[in-house]
Design a binder for this molecule. Structure first.
Ligand SMILES: *Cc1c(COP(=O)(O)O)cnc(C)c1O
Length: 359
Protein backbone atom coordinates (compact mmCIF):
# COMPACT_ATOMS: atom_id res chain seq x y z
CA UNK A 1 0.00 0.00 0.00
CA UNK A 2 1.40 3.37 -1.10
CA UNK A 3 0.76 6.36 1.14
CA UNK A 4 2.55 9.46 -0.11
CA UNK A 5 3.70 11.78 2.66
CA UNK A 6 4.13 15.51 2.24
CA UNK A 7 5.33 16.98 5.53
CA UNK A 8 4.34 20.42 6.77
CA UNK A 9 7.26 22.85 6.52
CA UNK A 10 8.67 23.81 9.88
CA UNK A 11 7.32 27.35 9.97
CA UNK A 12 3.82 26.15 9.05
CA UNK A 13 3.67 23.86 12.07
CA UNK A 14 1.16 24.90 14.67
CA UNK A 15 1.92 25.72 18.23
CA UNK A 16 0.95 22.97 20.61
CA UNK A 17 -1.60 23.94 23.27
CA UNK A 18 -0.83 23.50 26.98
CA UNK A 19 -1.94 20.10 28.36
CA UNK A 20 -3.94 21.48 31.27
CA UNK A 21 -7.59 22.04 32.15
CA UNK A 22 -7.93 24.53 29.26
CA UNK A 23 -7.21 21.85 26.62
CA UNK A 24 -10.84 20.75 26.43
CA UNK A 25 -12.22 18.73 23.51
CA UNK A 26 -12.12 19.35 19.77
CA UNK A 27 -10.42 22.74 19.70
CA UNK A 28 -6.97 21.90 18.33
CA UNK A 29 -5.80 19.96 15.27
CA UNK A 30 -2.43 18.37 14.61
CA UNK A 31 -0.14 19.32 11.71
CA UNK A 32 -1.16 16.61 9.24
CA UNK A 33 -4.18 14.81 7.83
CA UNK A 34 -4.72 11.63 5.83
CA UNK A 35 -6.94 11.67 2.72
CA UNK A 36 -7.93 9.25 -0.02
CA UNK A 37 -10.49 9.47 -2.81
CA UNK A 38 -12.92 6.99 -4.37
CA UNK A 39 -14.41 6.92 -7.84
CA UNK A 40 -16.05 4.06 -9.78
CA UNK A 41 -13.04 3.56 -12.11
CA UNK A 42 -10.15 3.62 -9.64
CA UNK A 43 -11.96 2.68 -6.39
CA UNK A 44 -9.89 3.97 -3.44
CA UNK A 45 -6.83 5.87 -4.73
CA UNK A 46 -4.54 8.82 -4.05
CA UNK A 47 -3.71 7.83 -0.45
CA UNK A 48 -1.74 10.65 1.13
CA UNK A 49 -0.71 12.44 4.27
CA UNK A 50 -0.45 16.21 3.78
CA UNK A 51 -0.41 19.31 5.98
CA UNK A 52 -3.78 19.94 7.69
CA UNK A 53 -5.63 22.29 5.34
CA UNK A 54 -9.17 23.27 4.24
CA UNK A 55 -10.90 21.35 1.45
CA UNK A 56 -11.99 22.97 -1.76
CA UNK A 57 -15.57 21.73 -2.33
CA UNK A 58 -18.27 22.81 -4.77
CA UNK A 59 -21.32 24.31 -3.01
CA UNK A 60 -23.27 21.57 -4.84
CA UNK A 61 -21.27 18.80 -3.08
CA UNK A 62 -23.80 16.14 -2.15
CA UNK A 63 -22.78 15.70 1.48
CA UNK A 64 -23.68 19.33 2.18
CA UNK A 65 -27.26 18.77 1.02
CA UNK A 66 -28.19 15.18 1.78
CA UNK A 67 -25.94 14.30 4.67
CA UNK A 68 -24.15 11.30 3.18
CA UNK A 69 -21.40 11.24 5.78
CA UNK A 70 -20.16 8.88 8.49
CA UNK A 71 -17.41 9.14 11.07
CA UNK A 72 -15.48 7.35 13.78
CA UNK A 73 -13.87 8.46 17.02
CA UNK A 74 -10.95 6.84 18.81
CA UNK A 75 -7.92 7.96 20.77
CA UNK A 76 -4.15 7.48 21.02
CA UNK A 77 -2.78 7.35 24.56
CA UNK A 78 0.80 8.05 25.66
CA UNK A 79 2.07 5.62 28.28
CA UNK A 80 4.55 6.27 31.08
CA UNK A 81 7.34 4.73 28.99
CA UNK A 82 6.60 7.03 26.05
CA UNK A 83 4.86 4.38 23.96
CA UNK A 84 1.66 5.39 22.14
CA UNK A 85 -1.34 3.03 22.37
CA UNK A 86 -4.48 2.62 20.31
CA UNK A 87 -7.49 0.93 21.93
CA UNK A 88 -9.34 -1.66 19.81
CA UNK A 89 -9.00 0.29 16.52
CA UNK A 90 -10.21 -2.72 14.51
CA UNK A 91 -13.63 -2.25 16.17
CA UNK A 92 -13.79 1.28 14.76
CA UNK A 93 -12.90 -0.08 11.32
CA UNK A 94 -15.65 -2.69 11.59
CA UNK A 95 -18.23 -0.10 12.63
CA UNK A 96 -17.13 2.35 9.92
CA UNK A 97 -17.91 -0.27 7.29
CA UNK A 98 -21.26 -1.07 8.91
CA UNK A 99 -22.13 2.64 8.79
CA UNK A 100 -20.86 2.79 5.18
CA UNK A 101 -23.17 -0.04 4.11
CA UNK A 102 -26.21 1.72 5.65
CA UNK A 103 -25.34 5.03 3.95
CA UNK A 104 -24.54 3.44 0.54
CA UNK A 105 -20.84 4.28 0.69
CA UNK A 106 -17.81 2.18 -0.34
CA UNK A 107 -16.07 0.00 2.25
CA UNK A 108 -12.49 0.52 3.34
CA UNK A 109 -9.91 -2.28 3.80
CA UNK A 110 -8.85 -2.97 7.35
CA UNK A 111 -5.19 -2.68 6.41
CA UNK A 112 -5.71 0.72 4.76
CA UNK A 113 -7.68 2.05 7.75
CA UNK A 114 -5.21 0.84 10.36
CA UNK A 115 -2.07 1.77 8.40
CA UNK A 116 -3.39 5.28 7.72
CA UNK A 117 -3.92 5.82 11.46
CA UNK A 118 -0.52 4.29 12.28
CA UNK A 119 1.39 6.53 9.85
CA UNK A 120 -0.56 9.69 10.73
CA UNK A 121 -0.16 9.30 14.49
CA UNK A 122 3.51 8.31 14.11
CA UNK A 123 4.18 11.45 12.05
CA UNK A 124 2.31 13.70 14.52
CA UNK A 125 3.60 11.82 17.60
CA UNK A 126 4.62 15.09 19.28
CA UNK A 127 0.93 16.01 19.38
CA UNK A 128 0.06 13.11 21.70
CA UNK A 129 -0.20 14.68 25.18
CA UNK A 130 1.83 13.06 27.93
CA UNK A 131 -0.43 13.67 30.92
CA UNK A 132 -2.66 10.86 32.20
CA UNK A 133 -6.23 11.30 30.99
CA UNK A 134 -5.27 13.53 28.05
CA UNK A 135 -4.95 11.90 24.62
CA UNK A 136 -4.87 12.43 20.87
CA UNK A 137 -8.41 12.21 19.48
CA UNK A 138 -8.60 10.60 16.03
CA UNK A 139 -11.52 11.43 13.74
CA UNK A 140 -11.84 9.32 10.55
CA UNK A 141 -14.63 10.65 8.29
CA UNK A 142 -16.14 9.55 4.97
CA UNK A 143 -18.20 11.94 2.80
CA UNK A 144 -20.00 11.90 -0.56
CA UNK A 145 -18.25 14.45 -2.79
CA UNK A 146 -20.08 14.41 -6.13
CA UNK A 147 -21.24 17.92 -7.11
CA UNK A 148 -24.87 17.14 -7.95
CA UNK A 149 -28.19 18.58 -6.76
CA UNK A 150 -30.48 15.59 -6.99
CA UNK A 151 -31.23 12.82 -4.52
CA UNK A 152 -29.19 9.66 -5.10
CA UNK A 153 -26.05 8.21 -3.56
CA UNK A 154 -22.90 10.13 -4.47
CA UNK A 155 -20.66 8.48 -7.08
CA UNK A 156 -17.43 9.88 -5.60
CA UNK A 157 -16.18 9.91 -2.03
CA UNK A 158 -13.47 11.34 0.17
CA UNK A 159 -12.13 9.63 3.28
CA UNK A 160 -10.05 11.70 5.65
CA UNK A 161 -8.53 11.41 9.12
CA UNK A 162 -7.74 14.39 11.30
CA UNK A 163 -6.39 14.28 14.85
CA UNK A 164 -6.06 16.68 17.76
CA UNK A 165 -5.04 16.71 21.43
CA UNK A 166 -7.90 16.53 23.95
CA UNK A 167 -7.88 16.99 27.69
CA UNK A 168 -8.89 14.68 30.49
CA UNK A 169 -12.69 14.57 30.45
CA UNK A 170 -12.90 15.13 34.19
CA UNK A 171 -10.23 17.73 35.01
CA UNK A 172 -12.15 18.56 38.20
CA UNK A 173 -12.65 14.95 39.34
CA UNK A 174 -14.87 12.04 38.37
CA UNK A 175 -18.25 13.60 39.23
CA UNK A 176 -21.75 12.46 38.30
CA UNK A 177 -23.89 14.25 35.71
CA UNK A 178 -27.63 15.00 35.69
CA UNK A 179 -29.82 13.68 32.90
CA UNK A 180 -33.29 14.57 31.68
CA UNK A 181 -35.53 12.06 29.94
CA UNK A 182 -36.44 13.49 26.54
CA UNK A 183 -40.23 13.29 26.07
CA UNK A 184 -40.59 15.39 22.97
CA UNK A 185 -37.96 14.33 20.41
CA UNK A 186 -36.37 11.10 19.16
CA UNK A 187 -32.80 10.64 18.02
CA UNK A 188 -33.45 7.56 15.89
CA UNK A 189 -36.33 5.23 15.06
CA UNK A 190 -36.68 1.60 13.91
CA UNK A 191 -35.29 1.22 10.43
CA UNK A 192 -33.58 4.61 10.71
CA UNK A 193 -29.93 5.56 11.12
CA UNK A 194 -29.46 5.05 14.86
CA UNK A 195 -26.95 2.22 14.56
CA UNK A 196 -24.79 4.17 12.09
CA UNK A 197 -22.34 6.82 13.25
CA UNK A 198 -23.74 9.44 10.89
CA UNK A 199 -24.34 13.18 11.08
CA UNK A 200 -28.16 13.00 10.95
CA UNK A 201 -28.41 11.42 14.40
CA UNK A 202 -26.42 14.26 15.96
CA UNK A 203 -28.41 16.92 14.07
CA UNK A 204 -31.57 15.27 15.45
CA UNK A 205 -30.22 15.57 18.99
CA UNK A 206 -29.17 19.23 19.06
CA UNK A 207 -32.48 20.84 20.02
CA UNK A 208 -33.20 18.28 22.74
CA UNK A 209 -29.73 18.82 24.22
CA UNK A 210 -30.20 22.59 24.07
CA UNK A 211 -33.54 22.41 25.89
CA UNK A 212 -32.20 20.03 28.56
CA UNK A 213 -29.15 22.29 29.12
CA UNK A 214 -31.48 25.29 29.34
CA UNK A 215 -33.26 23.58 32.22
CA UNK A 216 -29.98 22.87 33.97
CA UNK A 217 -29.38 19.22 33.02
CA UNK A 218 -26.12 17.92 31.57
CA UNK A 219 -27.40 15.26 29.17
CA UNK A 220 -30.49 13.89 27.45
CA UNK A 221 -31.76 10.36 28.14
CA UNK A 222 -33.25 9.01 24.91
CA UNK A 223 -36.23 6.68 24.95
CA UNK A 224 -37.37 4.52 22.03
CA UNK A 225 -39.10 6.48 19.26
CA UNK A 226 -42.27 4.31 19.08
CA UNK A 227 -43.55 4.13 22.64
CA UNK A 228 -41.25 6.61 24.44
CA UNK A 229 -40.90 3.91 27.03
CA UNK A 230 -37.64 1.96 26.71
CA UNK A 231 -34.19 3.42 27.42
CA UNK A 232 -31.89 3.77 24.42
CA UNK A 233 -28.87 6.02 24.98
CA UNK A 234 -27.68 8.92 27.09
CA UNK A 235 -26.38 11.91 25.09
CA UNK A 236 -24.05 10.25 22.60
CA UNK A 237 -23.12 7.44 24.96
CA UNK A 238 -24.47 3.97 25.61
CA UNK A 239 -26.32 3.56 28.90
CA UNK A 240 -25.82 1.04 31.71
CA UNK A 241 -27.82 0.44 34.90
CA UNK A 242 -26.94 -1.67 37.89
CA UNK A 243 -30.04 -3.08 39.57
CA UNK A 244 -29.84 -5.64 42.38
CA UNK A 245 -26.27 -6.51 41.41
CA UNK A 246 -27.03 -7.07 37.72
CA UNK A 247 -25.63 -4.83 35.00
CA UNK A 248 -28.28 -4.03 32.38
CA UNK A 249 -27.88 -2.32 29.02
CA UNK A 250 -30.36 -2.02 26.14
CA UNK A 251 -29.76 -4.50 23.28
CA UNK A 252 -28.43 -3.36 19.90
CA UNK A 253 -31.74 -3.51 18.07
CA UNK A 254 -31.16 -1.06 15.22
CA UNK A 255 -31.62 2.38 16.75
CA UNK A 256 -28.70 2.15 19.21
CA UNK A 257 -25.05 2.73 18.29
CA UNK A 258 -22.85 -0.25 19.15
CA UNK A 259 -20.12 1.43 21.21
CA UNK A 260 -16.62 0.03 21.58
CA UNK A 261 -16.72 1.17 25.22
CA UNK A 262 -20.09 -0.58 25.63
CA UNK A 263 -18.56 -3.83 24.43
CA UNK A 264 -15.50 -3.37 26.68
CA UNK A 265 -17.73 -2.71 29.73
CA UNK A 266 -19.78 -5.87 29.06
CA UNK A 267 -16.67 -8.03 28.66
CA UNK A 268 -14.95 -6.65 31.76
CA UNK A 269 -18.07 -7.00 33.92
CA UNK A 270 -18.53 -10.62 32.79
CA UNK A 271 -14.86 -11.33 33.57
CA UNK A 272 -15.51 -10.02 37.10
CA UNK A 273 -18.48 -12.41 37.42
CA UNK A 274 -21.02 -9.61 37.42
CA UNK A 275 -24.24 -10.79 35.72
CA UNK A 276 -24.84 -8.78 32.52
CA UNK A 277 -28.15 -8.55 30.69
CA UNK A 278 -28.72 -6.98 27.29
CA UNK A 279 -32.43 -6.40 27.78
CA UNK A 280 -34.96 -3.70 27.09
CA UNK A 281 -35.74 -1.72 30.23
CA UNK A 282 -38.53 0.84 30.54
CA UNK A 283 -38.31 4.18 32.30
CA UNK A 284 -41.11 3.00 34.64
CA UNK A 285 -39.02 -0.03 35.68
CA UNK A 286 -36.06 2.27 36.34
CA UNK A 287 -38.15 4.60 38.51
CA UNK A 288 -39.68 1.64 40.36
CA UNK A 289 -36.16 0.33 41.12
CA UNK A 290 -35.18 3.83 42.24
CA UNK A 291 -38.18 3.97 44.61
CA UNK A 292 -37.64 0.53 46.13
CA UNK A 293 -33.91 1.08 46.56
CA UNK A 294 -32.64 -1.61 44.15
CA UNK A 295 -31.28 0.86 41.56
CA UNK A 296 -27.61 1.03 42.48
CA UNK A 297 -26.00 2.87 39.58
CA UNK A 298 -26.58 4.47 36.18
CA UNK A 299 -23.69 5.46 33.91
CA UNK A 300 -22.94 6.30 30.29
CA UNK A 301 -20.10 4.69 28.31
CA UNK A 302 -18.23 6.15 25.32
CA UNK A 303 -14.73 6.93 24.06
CA UNK A 304 -14.72 10.60 25.06
CA UNK A 305 -15.57 10.20 28.77
CA UNK A 306 -14.95 6.42 29.09
CA UNK A 307 -17.53 6.21 31.91
CA UNK A 308 -19.92 9.01 32.86
CA UNK A 309 -21.73 8.38 36.16
CA UNK A 310 -25.29 9.68 36.49
CA UNK A 311 -26.26 11.25 39.83
CA UNK A 312 -29.71 12.56 39.00
CA UNK A 313 -32.53 11.56 36.67
CA UNK A 314 -35.29 14.02 35.73
CA UNK A 315 -38.55 12.70 34.26
CA UNK A 316 -41.82 14.56 33.76
CA UNK A 317 -40.63 17.47 35.85
CA UNK A 318 -39.51 15.38 38.80
CA UNK A 319 -35.90 14.78 39.81
CA UNK A 320 -34.75 11.49 41.30
CA UNK A 321 -31.32 11.01 42.90
CA UNK A 322 -29.39 7.96 41.71
CA UNK A 323 -27.15 6.18 44.22
CA UNK A 324 -27.23 9.13 46.65
CA UNK A 325 -26.03 11.35 43.80
CA UNK A 326 -22.50 9.95 44.10
CA UNK A 327 -20.32 8.04 41.64
CA UNK A 328 -21.05 4.32 41.91
CA UNK A 329 -18.45 1.69 42.81
CA UNK A 330 -18.77 -0.22 39.54
CA UNK A 331 -18.60 2.98 37.45
CA UNK A 332 -15.40 3.82 39.27
CA UNK A 333 -13.89 0.35 38.84
CA UNK A 334 -14.69 0.29 35.12
CA UNK A 335 -13.27 3.77 34.63
CA UNK A 336 -10.01 2.86 36.39
CA UNK A 337 -9.71 -0.49 34.62
CA UNK A 338 -10.34 0.78 31.08
CA UNK A 339 -8.08 3.83 31.54
CA UNK A 340 -5.47 1.58 33.17
CA UNK A 341 -5.46 -0.69 30.10
CA UNK A 342 -5.39 2.24 27.67
CA UNK A 343 -2.35 3.79 29.36
CA UNK A 344 -0.59 0.41 29.97
CA UNK A 345 -0.81 0.86 33.74
CA UNK A 346 -2.74 -2.42 34.04
CA UNK A 347 -2.48 -5.80 32.34
CA UNK A 348 -4.30 -6.17 29.02
CA UNK A 349 -5.88 -9.66 29.25
CA UNK A 350 -8.08 -9.19 26.16
CA UNK A 351 -5.29 -7.75 23.98
CA UNK A 352 -7.22 -4.58 23.38
CA UNK A 353 -4.19 -2.33 23.07
CA UNK A 354 -2.07 -1.99 19.93
CA UNK A 355 1.03 0.22 19.91
CA UNK A 356 1.90 2.84 17.32
CA UNK A 357 5.11 1.74 15.58
CA UNK A 358 7.62 4.51 16.18
CA UNK A 359 10.72 3.61 14.20
C1 LIG B 1 -19.85 7.09 19.33
C2 LIG B 1 -21.13 6.85 20.06
C3 LIG B 1 -21.23 6.02 21.18
C4 LIG B 1 -20.04 5.43 21.87
O1 LIG B 1 -19.25 4.64 21.07
P1 LIG B 1 -17.74 4.35 21.50
O2 LIG B 1 -17.26 3.46 20.41
O3 LIG B 1 -17.78 3.68 22.80
O4 LIG B 1 -17.06 5.67 21.54
C5 LIG B 1 -22.49 5.77 21.70
N1 LIG B 1 -23.59 6.34 21.19
C6 LIG B 1 -23.53 7.17 20.12
C7 LIG B 1 -24.78 7.75 19.59
C8 LIG B 1 -22.29 7.46 19.54
O5 LIG B 1 -22.21 8.30 18.52
Amino acid sequence: MEISIQQAVTNNRREKPPTDATLGFGKYYSDHMFTMAWNPENKWHDLKITPFAPFNLSPATMVLHYGQTIFEGLKAYRTETGRINLFRPEKNWERLNQSAARLVMPEIDQEVFLTAIQRLVALDRDWVPDSYGASLYIRPTLIGTEPFIGLKPSSTFLFFIITGPVGAYYPGGFNPVSIQVCERYSRAGPGGLGEAKTAANYAASLLAQKEASGQGFNQVLWLDACERKYLEEVGSMNIFLKIKGTLITPPLGGSILGGVTRDSVIRLAKSWNIPVEENRISIEEVLEAQRNGTLEEIFGAGTAAVISPVGLLNYKGESHPIGDGKTGTLAHQLFDEIMGIQYSLKPDPFQWVSPIHLE
